[in-house]
Design a protein around this ligand. Structure first.
Ligand code: PLP
Length: 393
């Protein structure tokens, strides 16, 4: 495992807040104002054309939102960052801003469900060519990239079977053909993985998940090379997928404990993965921290922790899953992930509900698979809960 020398814990607290706020406030004010007044008309014009710092209208920029953007920019060590109303707002704005007819994208089959829909349904009518490769097949990915492409879109670890792709290797291949590399870093968070350091040009987060951490606000972030982020920002100003001050405040507040939460969730998930792996009623556990996981060696190289999400399958069918899950007490049976409370559900009803049985099988998603996002509860309590649940089926 790579060692962590950065000051993530400090940046998560102080990032975007170091200069302080009016009246000595020790937390960022929630600036709900839609518009910002300027008494000097020349100054107003300078702000409007980006020559002077300041705000005009909250669809473009907002001071509370700027605090959050700066926090994540520092954690990813990026040149620039901009935000969106949701993670999908970030992903769709990025793809639609950077791609034009005739461009070619190489990506993987296991992207987030919404992203996959953009590739399969919404981009092709605009004449964008999409090639989706087997997620962990690096030879196939390299071959498709080297045929020539404009954008390489990656995600690691993936949903729901936590496949790992080698970011450095694929970024190198992409840059040889002049392609832009975009990585969805939602599952890893900036605490466990920094794609820009591994060669990516842009990083996307659904801030709804671990960054917020409390399942009570939605947001998305894009950070990376200034010129590229600016291009997407100029599109977002117009398409209107802008983040509002209230959720920005909630996410920035949640992020102050990001490192604490992730360290806890990394440790608990690893322990639970080993526990499940040894359990007679569990047939398989997908977690990159397990030495038996196919992506373990790559994960060990490019991550500083293996994250809080895993999935496992039961020795039984879907009916067994339907009996087992409601018996768990310390878990919300709900979509989403990355919260302080443990969340679980079958991909069959959540992230991959729109796929047929055949398609799920093709993606290597067993019928009895359960995605389990570990919260910050006491890990012994969580294992006891799983044990009693498994005993009862
Ligand atoms: C949830 C999620 C998204 C979408 O984010 P929203 O905030 O729900 O729009 C994108 N990518 C990954 C990996 C996710 O888990």
């Amino acid at each position: 495992m790579k060692s962590k020398t950065s000051k993530s814990g400090t940046l998560a607290v102080w990032g975007g807040e170091a200069e302080g706020f009016p009246d000595g406030a020790v937390t960022p004010p929630i600036t709900s104002s839609v518009a910002f007044a300027h008494h000097d008309i020349d100054q107003w014009h300078r702000v409007a054309i980006g020559e002077s710092k300041g705000h005009i209208y909250s669809r473009n920029t907002n001071p509370t939102v700027a605090v959050l953007e700066e926090k994540i920019r520092l954690l990813e060590d990026a040149e620039h960052a901009t935000s969106f109303a949701t993670g999908m707002g970030a992903i769709s704005s990025t793809l639609f801003a950077l791609l034009t007819p005739g461009k070619r994208v190489v990506s993987i089959k296991d992207t987030y469900g919404g992203t996959s829909k953009i590739f399969l349904e919404f981009l092709p009518p605009y004449g964008v060519n999409i090639t989706l490769c087997e997620t962990a097949n690096h030879e196939q990915l390299e071959a498709e990239i080297s045929r020539g492409c404009d954008l390489v879109y990656l995600e690691t670890p993936t949903n729901p079977t936590l496949k790992i792709v080698d970011l450095k290797r694929l970024a190198t291949a992409a840059h040889k053909v002049g392609a832009t590399v975009v990585v969805d870093n939602t599952f890893a968070t900036p605490i466990n993985q920094n794609p820009l350091k591994l060669g990516a040009d842009l990083v996307i987060h659904s801030a709804t998940k671990f960054l917020c951490g409390h399942s009570d606000a939605m947001g998305g972030i894009l950070c990376g090379k200034r010129e590229l982020v600016d291009k997407v920002f100029r599109f977002r100003e117009i398409n209107g997928a802008s983040l509002q001050a209230d959720p920005a405040y909630m996410i920035a507040r949640g992020m102050k404990t990001l490192e604490l939460r992730i360290e806890r969730q990394n440790a608990s998930a690893l322990k639970i993965a080993h526990f499940l792996k040894a359990h007679p009623k569990v047939s398989d556990v997908f977690y990159p921290g397990l030495p038996t996981h196919t992506g373990h060696d790559i994960a060990k190289n490019q991550m500083t922790g293996f994250g809080g999400v895993m999935s496992f399958s039961l020795k039984g069918d879907y009916d067994m899953v339907k009996k087992f899950l409601p018996r768990l007490k310390l878990v919300h049976l709900a979509a989403s992930l990355g919260s302080v409370s443990t969340l679980a559900g079958p991909p069959r009803t959540t992230s991959h509900v729109e796929l047929s049985d055949e398609q799920r099988k093709h993606l290597g998603i067993p019928e009895s698979l359960i995605r389990y996002s570990v919260g910050i509860e006491n890990v012994e309590d969580l294992m006891e809960d799983l044990e009693q649940g498994l005993k009862s089926v």
